[in-house]
Design a protein around this ligand. Structure first.
Ligand SMILES: C[S@@+](CC[C@H](N)C(=O)[O-])C[C@H]1O[C@@H](n2cnc3c(N)ncnc32)[C@H](O)[C@@H]1O
Length: 461
């Protein structure tokens, strides 16, 4: 396959040709070979025969769009979302859910094949753990604001373009988040609060972030603005209180930068509480506006139980919960740990983690704010010897300094929770110098999308 991918691409833009789709690529697109050249086709499914028009030519591959489906997959299904074709949020709504789960496992396999020297066929890569009802699962929406034809729109950017798609009823969102966003959109319009315009750099309001505690019913709204001054702030807050009594917390975050990252550094309290609470099983968590919290609470319980099983603590272990967020994983396993230490780059998350541990009577935990790649080496120098390290990094994976420290300090086990199979594979290749990869357990945290989460157990050789 590598050889084929390295050939110079001779396909021309707008060229039309037939293609048989062999597999799904890591972004959920169909992958086929035209005269041994790799072609990625969004929306096409394995085993389908399609006619494709080349849309973009890259040095080693081409992209195309479906012109016609000659033979459809038996697993193709009608996407229920009316804006599925335009919106960039979901990539797999056109595929039956059981097949999505199979193909997500295959995405993990492909990443290992591409980025490691492992004998992937001999590895224990388990079936993806799915959801009974794979809709309306997301507890948080981050909808960008824009204006079109005199109307305020809120939604996501179209895949591979910068066109904002209005998404009033997103069917992977918890309905409460849709309702709150829509009502706030109306209030903003009624009050004439200016929407930020990326081109002119004028206006105020950029994004509405809505997070709901599924078990508590509490909702937090964060209004992200490009400037400090939120015009008609008092009226806005009063209207939110009146029309949305379920909103327990209203915050403002200021992000003046030209960036696709939602939050800026400054967060201001506008009304209600500064945090909301959420429960997962017997645990309750306080969540600040900028704190990370898993987006699919139903699957989070399954994910954390997988982490707990993999760590298999006996009460004698020193445990590090790296990239701990508000301390959710640490709390889940704390009863089996001798000592627990966690760190996160967001200071508010660490404040939440401390409160969450205290609330549950966990006294053997230490939380510090900082980068995993700096904090873990520091602890190692100070003589702290972890038996188990749990890592749950962002999509970029673990920093090299953290990987080096883990290889040096040699904990008996590493439990690697990953939301990106490519960086997982690269990091596993490095860690495999000292560790056996016992198994990989994919968990579907984001049904209808091509995202895959996985828990990997590594044991010291
Ligand atoms: C995927 S989340 C996991 C959070 C937590 N384990 C959970 O399940 O809710 C990744 C976390 O890493 C944090 N983070 C990002 N870069 C970091 C770094 N270099 N060092 C420490 N934490 C970091 C983010 O703030 C975020 O809370």
């Amino acid at each position: 396959m590598k050889k084929q991918a390295e050939q110079k691409v001779f396909i021309k833009e707008k060229q039309t040709f037939p293609l048989t789709i062999k597999r799904l690529g890591i972004n959920g697109e169909g992958v086929g070979y035209f005269k041994r050249q790799v072609v990625f086709v969004p929306g096409a499914l394995p085993d389908e025969e399609v006619v494709v028009e080349a849309t973009k030519i890259h040095p080693k591959f081409a992209e195309g769009r479906i012109k016609k489906i000659r033979k459809a997959s038996p697993f193709r299904t009608k996407p229920p979302c009316p804006v599925y074709e335009q919106c960039g949020g979901c990539q797999l709504q056109h595929l039956e859910y059981v097949k999505q789960l199979e193909l997500k496992r295959d995405i993990v396999i492909q990443s290992l094949e591409r980025h490691t020297k492992f004998k992937v066929g001999q590895m224990d890569i388990r079936s993806t753990i799915g959801m009974d009802n794979p809709w309306h699962y997301r507890n948080k929406s981050q909808f960008q604001l824009g204006e079109r034809d005199g109307k305020i729109i809120a939604g996501l950017y179209s895949l591979n373009s910068h066109k904002l798609i209005d998404v009033p009823e997103c069917i992977v969102q918890q309905p409460e988040t849709n309702k709150v966003t829509n009502v706030i959109k109306q209030i903003v319009k009624d009050l004439g609060i200016p929407i930020y315009n990326e081109k002119t750099k004028k206006g105020v309001l950029r994004t509405i972030v809505t997070r709901v505690g599924i078990k508590t019913g509490q909702v937090q709204v964060v209004l992200v603005t490009a400037v400090d001054e939120l015009k008609r702030k008092d009226l806005l807050v009063a209207e939110i209180k009146k029309r949305l009594p379920e909103v327990a917390s209203v915050m403002q975050n200021v992000n003046p930068k030209k960036t696709s990252i939602i939050f800026g550094d400054k967060t201001v309290h506008l009304s209600g509480k500064e945090i909301i609470e959420e429960h997962l099983e017997e645990f309750s968590y306080e969540l600040s506006a900028r704190a990370f919290f898993q987006l699919n609470p139903v699957q989070t319980v399954k994910l954390y139980n997988e982490v707990k099983n993999a760590a298999a603590l006996t009460g004698k272990e020193n445990v590090i919960d790296a990239y701990c967020g508000v301390g959710t994983i640490g709390l889940w396993v704390a009863d089996g740990a001798k000592e627990l230490r966690g760190m996160d780059i967001i200071p508010e998350s660490i404040e939440d983690a401390k409160k969450n541990a205290k609330k549950h009577g966990v006294e053997n935990a230490l939380y510090v704010s900082g980068k995993a790649e700096q904090v873990v080496p520091k602890w190692q120098k100070q003589g702290f010897k972890p038996d188990v390290i749990i890592v749950d990094p962002p999509r970029t994976g673990c920093d090299q300094a953290l990987l080096d420290t883990m290889l040096k300090s040699k904990p008996k086990k590493i439990v690697y929770v990953s939301c990106n199979p490519s960086t997982l594979a690269k990091d596993l290749q490095i860690l495999s110098k000292q560790y056996n990869i016992k198994y990989i357990q994919p968990v579907d945290m984001f049904p209808q999308t091509a995202h895959v989460e996985a828990v990997t157990l590594l044991e010291l050789k």
